[in-house]
Design a protein around this ligand. Structure first.
Ligand code: PMP
Length: 430
């Protein structure tokens, strides 16, 4: 049997089954370089789905910095070393004015859990609004605000009663579409808030991705967050921007996703790209919100903000700046989007290309009027792309959107390679 098949059966032995395997016959990856991954036989694959490695794979400067810090010191964050203060200062400097206080954790789920705890501690209330179609993590509280049925088919039956799901502001296939969509979606949030008002229990906060990644990379309707934030704040609630996937330069045009909506949240959660694969996450917030947690005791995470994690975080920022990766995401991302849109003119299966920068979602539909999702086709297209040397996976509640989130160092030749591979696959007749 090929080595990767042997590995698949080995995985079945002691590795827990719910840990998803995205392909029937995945290549066994051994090594990475920039936007490419190489299997054990040395075959190259273009990694178009990696939303964690923003610098690209195998970056020698990062590897050297990690190695050096490991050889000097890596330890429990209870000790006193400079990196934790330096990295916190740099994160706070990246955030809008007023968001000057940082917690360092190890993942996006942890960041979201902590953000929710802060909202509860700060307001003394419990109810939280979350969008339908959302994914915010796997830990108990982050899972509670995750409503996506693609990730968890029973998501909507198993919400605790403090979670209040609001209509997904999906302007492509949601209840309200196009230019006038904002009012309908804002009114839907107002209805849910009115019920919470009636209950007399109050509102702790609102959490959302500011460009809707889990819905396929769809920008929220214009002015949506401004109006929702105002309603939430009028009740003393706090507004959480989950930037785990959308933030950190991936949009190209903005460093943070919420900038696209012209708002400033009260709490930012970030992870994924900031560690380029090393477990690293953060909550960035206002001093008074951060300090409210003291009423419940102190906050401690053994490895959150460890010396190695902080050095990784700072080196990632250095490399992003030096290599102009956000600008590359903008230029190559916009170029790729235009190519994919042109491809859409020729292929009726392409419903739309959502997003911007290197945060794109190509949505396949069986019919452009009814928008019937082409779920099985999307899975088959991903399999064919793998044959052609491209790693791609579906996203969205109907799993009919290509999740185009490559490393931000993507070369324009690689964007061409992807577009040409997709064109070839689509020409095979669907
Ligand atoms: N929030 C968002 C928007 C995410 O996309 C993810 C991960 N897919 C998470 C939170 C959870 O992050 P992690 O997997 O690092 O726990």
């Amino acid at each position: 049997a090929p080595q990767s098949e042997t590995l698949l059966s080995r995985r079945k032995k002691s590795f827990a089954k719910p840990q998803k395997n995205y392909y029937a016959h995945p290549p066994q990856i051994e090594r990475g370089w920039k936007e490419h991954l190489f299997d054990v036989k040395g075959r190259a694959y273009l990694d178009m789905v990696n939303n964690v490695s923003i610098l690209g794979h195998g970056h020698p400067t990062l590897a050297a910095a990690v190695g050096h810090q490991w050889s000097l010191l890596n330890t429990n964050s209870r000790f006193h070393y400079a990196a934790v203060a330096e990295f916190s200062d740099r994160l706070a400097a990246l955030a809008p004015e007023g968001l000057d206080t940082v917690f360092l954790v190890n993942s996006g789920s942890e960041a979201v859990d902590l953000a929710l705890r802060l909202a509860w501690a700060h307001t003394g209330k419990r109810n939280v609004l979350s969008l339908l179609e959302a994914y915010h993590g796997w830990t108990v509280a982050s899972d509670a605000v995750s409503t996506s049925i693609a990730d968890n088919p029973r998501a909507l039956e198993t919400r605790p009663d403090w979670v209040h799901a609001v209509l997904s502001p999906n302007t492509y296939r949601g209840k309200f579409r196009g230019a006038g969509a904002t009012d309908g979606y804002v009114a839907a949030v107002a209805d849910v808030i009115a019920k919470i008002d009636d209950s007399g229990q109050g509102l702790a906060g609102f959490i959302a991705e500011s460009v809707y990644g889990n819905a396929g990379g769809i920008p929220l309707p214009e002015g949506y967050l401004e109006q929702v934030y105002a309603m939430v704040r009028a009740r003393g609630g706090v507004c959480i921007a989950d930037e785990v996937q959308v933030g950190y330069g991936r949009l190209g045009h903005h460093f943070w996703g919420f900038e696209q909506q012209g708002v400033v949240p009260d709490i930012i959660t970030t992870a994924k790209g900031m560690g380029n694969g090393q477990p690293l996450g953060a909550v960035i917030t206002k001093r008074e919100i951060a300090d409210s947690l003291e009423r419940e005791g102190y906050f401690f995470s053994s490895a959150g903000g460890s010396p190695v994690s902080c050095v990784v975080g700072m080196t990632v920022l250095d490399i992003m700046e030096r290599e102009n990766l956000q600008a590359n995401a903008r230029e190559v991302g916009d170029y790729l989007k235009a190519r994919l849109e042109a491809l859409g003119q020729r292929s009726p299966l392409v419903g739309a290309v959502h997003g911007m920068g290197l945060y794109l979602g190509l949505e396949f539909v069986r019919n452009r009027e009814t928008l019937e999702p082409a779920t099985e086709e999307t899975a088959a297209i991903c399999d064919r792309l793998l044959d052609l040397g491209v790693i791609m996976q579906p996203t969205g509640d109907h799993l009919n959107v290509l999740k185009i989130k490559p490393p931000l160092c993507l070369a324009s030749e690689s964007a061409d390679f992807f577009a040409e591979a997709l064109e070839k696959v689509l020409s095979e007749g669907w």
